[in-house]
Every structure is written in structure tokens, then in C-alpha cells.
Design a protein around this ligand. Structure first.
Ligand SMILES: Cc1ncc(COP(=O)(O)O)c(C=O)c1O
Length: 294
């Protein structure tokens, strides 16, 4: 169905109680939840700005790696929107082969990349198909969120296990949605450029609007999100709750995505540029009012 349930079911199909899974922190919540449901043990991989939001594989202790069955990565991801280069993916392949780990790459935002860049599919890296699988979704690229359809490609054995597990749970996707997905995947993708341009414009409008209030936020290289380091003196939850109460702007506190999300909020660019500009203005007023009160 969607990559959400694909990811959720994968852990239940593959992970036994006591198995370790390497999960990015911060990361999309189903990664952690799926391991908890399966009774596995989460080993968080910190994604830090100073390391370009890539995990430091060499820092994971060997006794953890001995018990690790799976690792999850996502470039560009949600909430961390960073891209990964081929040398990182090569490193992941070598690491996974060495420690006998299944790599799961969540590639939901494969077509939403800005500034003329591209992101390699993990599957395009030599050796990746031997040790990895990659999920993709029609929710983002084709605006089919809620229609629940995605796909997974890669290592045959892992996909067989997932397919067998899912055959007991999902009886297939509603036929009109399948037809729509076929139509989408066999289209000429011409609309994608317009879509990327629209999100890129939203990103630029939002970031420059926030800059005016003195809030410097890193430009997302991809996705429909901004992963924003919050102004000094705030905790993520307090900042998000005050923003919604005082300014009527909804953002997600970063710690909802893991411990290391503290100090960040995720802003979704799911409104037109004019509305995002209005949100930035309200945030500006909110921050001015706050500094006056201090
Ligand atoms: C990173 C990431 N992976 C997976 C999903 C789930 O996608 P789907 O709609 O295919 O279930 C989302 C949806 O927000 C996402 O952001």
C-alpha cells in the first residue's frame, strides 16, 4: 500500500525480539515505532548538522553491530532534508556487507530536489541490491497522499519476506488507485519541473521571510519541509506551542522526531507562497513581541 505500512510491516516481518536496528535520530517516526512494535532494540544514529546530517558509522560499537539486523536511512528525508553523495552510499554498502545488515533506504522525496540537484537512488550504487531495499511513494511525487500506494525494490529475499507478511494483512490496493498509479508512473513526468519550481519558490519565500525577523534558517536542499534550528533560549515544544497560540502558525517540535530534534522545529511548506509569507510575518511579530517582553 503506502510506504508507511511497508516500513511498519517490514520490521515485524524481519526483526525478532532482541535484534538491533540502527535508526536515524532525528528520523521519520515510523522507523522507531516499527521496531518497537516488532520488539526490536533501537540504536539511534545521530544526524548532526556538523556531519552534514550523515550518521557516523564508525562510531557504532562492535557489540551492537554483532546484534544488528537492519539499518534505516533516508536521503532526502523527513524531517532532515539533507542529500547524500555516492561516497556515503558506497560506505554504507561496505559497512552493511561487513556486518551483515539489511539497509532500508526510504526515498519518498526522490523527485522533490531543488537548485538543479539530483539525489542518487541507493539502488544505483554497486552492491546495494545485495544488501538493501528502497521504498518509494506516490504520495509526494504524484500528490497521491491518502491514496496509499507505494513500492519497494531491491534485495529479493527481503522483499519476499515482506510480501509474504503483507499477504496476510493487506488484500491489495483499491483498483482505481492502482490504475491511477500506472497512469502516473507511465506519464512523461513533465509536470515535475513545475512542481519542483513551486516548492522551491515556497522555500525561498519562507526562508527570506524568516530572515527578515532575524531568524536564520538553513535552506532545505529538498522535500516539502524546512528543518529549522530555533532561536536561542527556546525549547522546541515551548516554541511550537507558543507559535500556535500567539501567532496561529503550526510547526512540529523537533523532538517529536527523536531526542536530537530538540532545538529544531519542522515547518511544512504545504501552503502557497502568499500564505507562507503571511506565516513568516506573523512569526516576525511574535519574535519582536517576545524580545520586547524579555
Ligand atoms: C520520509 C517519509 N517516508 C514515508 C512516508 C509515508 O509515505 P506513504 O504515503 O507512501 O505511506 C512519508 C510521509 O509523510 C515520509 O515523509
Amino acid at each position: 500500500m503506502g510506504s508507511q505500512d511497508g516500513l511498519a510491516h517490514l520490521a515485524s516481518a524481519i526483526i525478532n525480539p532482541g535484534d538491533y536496528v540502527l535508526v536515524p535520530d532525528p528520523g521519520y517516526p515510523i522507523y522507531e515505532a516499527s521496531v518497537n512494535i516488532a520488539g526490536g532494540i533501537i540504536y539511534p544514529m545521530p544526524l548532526l548538522a556538523e556531519n552534514k546530517f550523515l550518521p557516523m558509522l564508525e562510531k557504532i560499537p562492535l557489540d551492537v553491530l554483532d546484534k544488528t539486523k537492519m539499518m534505516i536511512i533516508s536521503y532526502p528525508g523527513n524531517p532532515v532534508t539533507a542529500l547524500a553523495d555516492q561516497s556515503f552510499f558506497d560506505k554504507v554498502v561496505t559497512f552493511a556487507k561487513q556486518h551483515n545488515i539489511l539497509v532500508v533506504h526510504d526515498f519518498a522525496y526522490s523527485e522533490l530536489i531543488f537548485d538543479g540537484n539530483r539525489q542518487l537512488s541507493f539502488m544505483s550504487v554497486p552492491g546495494a541490491k545485495e544488501i538493501g531495499i528502497e521504498f518509494n511513494s506516490l504520495s509526494k511525487t504524484f500528490n497521491m497522499a491518502g491514496c496509499r500506494i507505494g513500492y519497494v525494490v531491491g534485495n529479493e529475499q527481503a522483499i519476499d519476506i515482506l510480501a509474504s507478511f503483507k499477504s496476510h494483512i493487506d488484500y491489495g490496493v483499491f483498483y482505481p488507485i492502482q490504475k491511477a498509479a500506472v497512469r502516473a508512473l507511465t506519464s512523461d513526468f513533465a509536470f515535475l519541473k513545475t512542481q519542483v519550481n513551486e516548492y522551491e519558490l515556497r522555500r525561498n519565500v519562507l526562508i527570506s521571510g524568516l530572515e527578515k525577523s532575524g531568524w536564520q534558517v538553513a535552506k532545505s536542499p529538498a522535500t516539502m519541509f524546512v528543518w529549522a534550528s530555533i532561536p536561542a533560549g527556546w525549547k522546541s515544544r515551548e516554541f511550537a506551542f507558543e507559535l500556535i497560540d500567539q501567532a496561529g502558525v503550526a510547526v512540529i517540535p523537533g523532538d517529536a522526531f527523536g531526542k536530537l530534534g530538540e532545538g529544531y522545529v519542522r515547518i511544512a511548506m504545504v501552503q502557497p507562497p502568499e500564505r507562507l509569507s503571511q506565516a513568516a510575518e506573523r512569526i516576525h511579530e511574535f519574535l519582536m513581541e517576545y524580545s520586547r517582553k524579555k
